[in-house]
Design a protein around this ligand. Structure first.
Ligand SMILES: O=C(CO)[C@H](O)[C@H](O)COP(=O)(O)O
Length: 228
Protein backbone atom coordinates (compact mmCIF):
# COMPACT_ATOMS: atom_id res chain seq x y z
CA UNK A 1 0.00 0.00 0.00
CA UNK A 2 1.44 3.38 -1.05
CA UNK A 3 1.24 5.99 1.72
CA UNK A 4 0.38 9.69 1.33
CA UNK A 5 4.01 10.83 1.44
CA UNK A 6 4.90 8.41 -1.34
CA UNK A 7 2.06 9.86 -3.44
CA UNK A 8 3.35 13.36 -2.75
CA UNK A 9 6.87 12.31 -3.77
CA UNK A 10 5.47 10.75 -6.95
CA UNK A 11 3.78 13.96 -8.14
CA UNK A 12 6.69 16.11 -6.97
CA UNK A 13 9.06 14.15 -9.20
CA UNK A 14 6.62 14.07 -12.11
CA UNK A 15 6.15 17.87 -12.10
CA UNK A 16 9.75 18.59 -13.09
CA UNK A 17 9.02 17.05 -16.53
CA UNK A 18 7.55 20.51 -17.32
CA UNK A 19 10.85 22.28 -16.48
CA UNK A 20 13.27 23.17 -19.29
CA UNK A 21 16.51 25.10 -19.64
CA UNK A 22 16.45 28.87 -19.03
CA UNK A 23 13.06 28.86 -17.34
CA UNK A 24 12.02 31.03 -14.42
CA UNK A 25 10.08 28.77 -12.07
CA UNK A 26 7.73 29.75 -9.23
CA UNK A 27 8.33 27.45 -6.29
CA UNK A 28 5.26 26.86 -4.11
CA UNK A 29 5.19 25.88 -0.45
CA UNK A 30 4.34 22.73 1.47
CA UNK A 31 5.23 19.10 1.97
CA UNK A 32 4.42 18.09 -1.64
CA UNK A 33 6.43 20.98 -3.09
CA UNK A 34 9.40 19.88 -0.94
CA UNK A 35 9.65 16.70 -3.04
CA UNK A 36 9.39 18.73 -6.25
CA UNK A 37 12.21 21.06 -5.15
CA UNK A 38 14.43 18.05 -4.35
CA UNK A 39 13.73 16.63 -7.81
CA UNK A 40 14.28 20.03 -9.43
CA UNK A 41 17.68 20.46 -7.78
CA UNK A 42 18.70 17.00 -9.04
CA UNK A 43 17.48 17.77 -12.56
CA UNK A 44 19.34 21.12 -12.63
CA UNK A 45 22.54 19.37 -11.64
CA UNK A 46 22.17 16.36 -13.90
CA UNK A 47 21.18 18.30 -17.02
CA UNK A 48 23.26 21.40 -16.21
CA UNK A 49 20.17 23.65 -16.51
CA UNK A 50 20.05 27.39 -15.99
CA UNK A 51 16.96 27.89 -13.83
CA UNK A 52 15.82 30.84 -11.70
CA UNK A 53 13.49 30.09 -8.79
CA UNK A 54 10.90 32.52 -7.40
CA UNK A 55 9.98 31.41 -3.90
CA UNK A 56 6.63 31.78 -2.14
CA UNK A 57 7.76 31.52 1.49
CA UNK A 58 10.74 31.71 3.82
CA UNK A 59 10.43 27.94 4.25
CA UNK A 60 10.80 27.31 0.51
CA UNK A 61 13.63 29.86 0.25
CA UNK A 62 15.53 27.96 2.93
CA UNK A 63 15.21 24.60 1.16
CA UNK A 64 15.93 25.99 -2.34
CA UNK A 65 18.99 27.88 -1.07
CA UNK A 66 20.32 24.81 0.71
CA UNK A 67 20.06 22.87 -2.57
CA UNK A 68 21.83 25.59 -4.57
CA UNK A 69 18.85 26.70 -6.69
CA UNK A 70 19.46 30.32 -7.82
CA UNK A 71 16.66 32.61 -6.59
CA UNK A 72 15.24 36.01 -7.47
CA UNK A 73 12.30 37.98 -6.14
CA UNK A 74 9.15 38.30 -8.22
CA UNK A 75 9.98 41.98 -8.75
CA UNK A 76 13.40 41.18 -10.24
CA UNK A 77 12.10 39.16 -13.22
CA UNK A 78 10.00 40.23 -16.17
CA UNK A 79 8.02 37.00 -16.24
CA UNK A 80 7.62 33.60 -14.59
CA UNK A 81 7.33 30.73 -17.06
CA UNK A 82 5.77 28.20 -14.74
CA UNK A 83 4.79 27.87 -11.08
CA UNK A 84 4.49 24.48 -9.43
CA UNK A 85 2.60 24.47 -6.14
CA UNK A 86 0.56 22.21 -3.89
CA UNK A 87 -3.09 22.71 -2.89
CA UNK A 88 -5.33 21.80 0.02
CA UNK A 89 -8.45 21.09 -2.04
CA UNK A 90 -9.11 20.93 -5.77
CA UNK A 91 -12.64 20.71 -7.16
CA UNK A 92 -13.62 18.95 -10.37
CA UNK A 93 -13.69 22.32 -12.18
CA UNK A 94 -10.06 23.04 -11.17
CA UNK A 95 -10.81 25.65 -8.49
CA UNK A 96 -8.84 25.34 -5.27
CA UNK A 97 -8.21 26.20 -1.67
CA UNK A 98 -4.63 26.97 -0.68
CA UNK A 99 -2.92 28.41 2.36
CA UNK A 100 -2.72 25.40 4.66
CA UNK A 101 0.94 26.34 5.04
CA UNK A 102 0.05 30.02 5.60
CA UNK A 103 1.85 31.08 2.40
CA UNK A 104 -1.27 32.02 0.40
CA UNK A 105 -0.36 35.67 -0.14
CA UNK A 106 3.01 35.13 -1.81
CA UNK A 107 1.66 32.00 -3.52
CA UNK A 108 -1.12 34.03 -5.12
CA UNK A 109 1.22 36.86 -6.14
CA UNK A 110 3.58 34.38 -7.80
CA UNK A 111 0.72 32.38 -9.38
CA UNK A 112 -0.97 35.43 -10.88
CA UNK A 113 2.34 36.52 -12.42
CA UNK A 114 3.03 33.12 -14.00
CA UNK A 115 2.37 32.11 -17.58
CA UNK A 116 1.39 28.62 -16.42
CA UNK A 117 0.48 27.07 -13.07
CA UNK A 118 0.60 23.39 -12.16
CA UNK A 119 -0.72 21.98 -8.89
CA UNK A 120 0.64 18.76 -7.47
CA UNK A 121 -1.64 16.90 -5.07
CA UNK A 122 -2.28 13.44 -3.76
CA UNK A 123 -5.68 11.92 -4.49
CA UNK A 124 -7.09 12.91 -1.06
CA UNK A 125 -7.15 16.58 -2.14
CA UNK A 126 -9.76 16.07 -4.89
CA UNK A 127 -13.28 17.11 -3.83
CA UNK A 128 -16.69 17.60 -5.40
CA UNK A 129 -17.21 20.96 -3.71
CA UNK A 130 -14.69 23.17 -1.94
CA UNK A 131 -15.07 23.90 1.75
CA UNK A 132 -14.26 20.88 3.92
CA UNK A 133 -10.75 22.28 4.30
CA UNK A 134 -10.88 25.46 6.41
CA UNK A 135 -10.53 28.49 4.14
CA UNK A 136 -7.58 30.67 5.19
CA UNK A 137 -8.01 34.44 5.16
CA UNK A 138 -4.91 36.58 5.76
CA UNK A 139 -5.72 39.76 7.69
CA UNK A 140 -3.65 42.60 9.07
CA UNK A 141 -3.50 42.42 12.88
CA UNK A 142 -5.01 45.90 13.40
CA UNK A 143 -8.79 45.50 13.40
CA UNK A 144 -8.58 41.72 13.03
CA UNK A 145 -10.94 41.18 15.98
CA UNK A 146 -13.56 43.24 14.16
CA UNK A 147 -13.16 41.16 11.00
CA UNK A 148 -13.32 37.99 13.09
CA UNK A 149 -16.61 39.14 14.66
CA UNK A 150 -18.04 39.98 11.24
CA UNK A 151 -17.14 36.50 9.95
CA UNK A 152 -18.64 35.01 13.09
CA UNK A 153 -21.93 36.85 12.63
CA UNK A 154 -22.10 35.52 9.07
CA UNK A 155 -21.77 31.96 10.46
CA UNK A 156 -18.37 31.43 8.82
CA UNK A 157 -17.14 29.72 12.03
CA UNK A 158 -13.83 31.59 12.14
CA UNK A 159 -10.77 30.61 14.17
CA UNK A 160 -7.48 32.43 14.44
CA UNK A 161 -4.67 30.12 13.36
CA UNK A 162 -2.26 29.55 16.22
CA UNK A 163 1.49 28.96 16.27
CA UNK A 164 3.04 26.06 18.20
CA UNK A 165 3.45 28.27 21.30
CA UNK A 166 -0.26 29.13 21.36
CA UNK A 167 0.13 32.72 20.13
CA UNK A 168 -1.58 33.87 16.95
CA UNK A 169 0.42 32.64 13.98
CA UNK A 170 2.22 35.33 11.98
CA UNK A 171 2.65 34.91 8.24
CA UNK A 172 5.84 35.84 6.36
CA UNK A 173 4.29 39.31 6.00
CA UNK A 174 3.58 39.47 9.76
CA UNK A 175 -0.19 39.16 9.33
CA UNK A 176 -2.69 36.83 11.02
CA UNK A 177 -4.64 33.99 9.45
CA UNK A 178 -8.34 33.50 10.18
CA UNK A 179 -9.53 30.05 9.08
CA UNK A 180 -13.19 29.81 8.03
CA UNK A 181 -14.85 26.46 8.78
CA UNK A 182 -17.49 26.51 6.05
CA UNK A 183 -17.97 22.78 5.28
CA UNK A 184 -19.24 23.59 1.79
CA UNK A 185 -18.75 26.65 -0.41
CA UNK A 186 -21.71 26.96 -2.75
CA UNK A 187 -20.40 29.93 -4.76
CA UNK A 188 -16.60 30.39 -4.45
CA UNK A 189 -16.58 33.43 -6.77
CA UNK A 190 -19.21 35.27 -4.71
CA UNK A 191 -17.38 34.44 -1.48
CA UNK A 192 -14.05 35.58 -2.97
CA UNK A 193 -15.62 38.93 -3.93
CA UNK A 194 -17.06 39.37 -0.44
CA UNK A 195 -13.75 38.55 1.28
CA UNK A 196 -11.73 40.86 -0.97
CA UNK A 197 -14.13 43.72 -0.19
CA UNK A 198 -13.46 43.57 3.58
CA UNK A 199 -11.04 46.27 4.73
CA UNK A 200 -8.16 44.60 6.55
CA UNK A 201 -8.33 41.39 4.53
CA UNK A 202 -5.06 41.08 2.65
CA UNK A 203 -5.81 37.88 0.72
CA UNK A 204 -7.84 34.69 0.92
CA UNK A 205 -7.11 31.09 0.01
CA UNK A 206 -9.61 30.71 -2.83
CA UNK A 207 -7.48 30.25 -5.96
CA UNK A 208 -9.99 30.57 -8.77
CA UNK A 209 -9.24 30.06 -12.46
CA UNK A 210 -5.56 29.73 -11.57
CA UNK A 211 -4.53 26.35 -12.96
CA UNK A 212 -5.31 24.22 -15.96
CA UNK A 213 -2.96 21.35 -15.13
CA UNK A 214 -3.21 19.28 -11.97
CA UNK A 215 -0.95 16.28 -11.34
CA UNK A 216 -2.69 13.86 -9.01
CA UNK A 217 -0.94 11.08 -7.13
CA UNK A 218 -2.94 7.86 -7.18
CA UNK A 219 -1.78 4.55 -5.82
CA UNK A 220 -1.62 3.39 -9.45
CA UNK A 221 0.72 6.30 -10.33
CA UNK A 222 0.60 10.01 -11.20
CA UNK A 223 -2.20 11.20 -13.46
CA UNK A 224 -2.11 14.50 -15.33
CA UNK A 225 -5.50 16.26 -15.45
CA UNK A 226 -5.93 19.06 -17.98
CA UNK A 227 -8.84 21.52 -17.88
CA UNK A 228 -10.90 21.54 -21.02
O1 LIG B 1 -1.07 26.28 0.12
C1 LIG B 1 -0.11 25.77 0.63
C2 LIG B 1 0.76 26.47 1.59
O2 LIG B 1 0.28 27.74 1.92
C3 LIG B 1 0.25 24.36 0.31
O3 LIG B 1 0.52 24.28 -1.05
C4 LIG B 1 -0.91 23.48 0.66
O4 LIG B 1 -1.19 23.67 2.04
C5 LIG B 1 -0.58 22.00 0.40
O5 LIG B 1 0.41 21.58 1.28
P1 LIG B 1 0.91 20.07 1.37
O6 LIG B 1 1.58 19.77 0.08
O7 LIG B 1 1.84 20.09 2.55
O8 LIG B 1 -0.31 19.20 1.61
Amino acid sequence: MVNQNELKALVGKKAVDWVFDNMTIGLGTGSTVKYMIEALAKKIQKENLSITGIVTSAETAKQATSLGIPLKSVDEVDHIDLTIDGADEVSADFQGIKGGGAALLFEKIVATNSKKNIWIVDQSKLVNKLGSFPLPVEVIPYGSKKIFERFDSRKFHPTFRLAADGSKLRTDSDNYIIDLHLEQITDPFKLADYLKAQVGVVEHGLFLNTVNTVIVGYTSGPKVLEAR
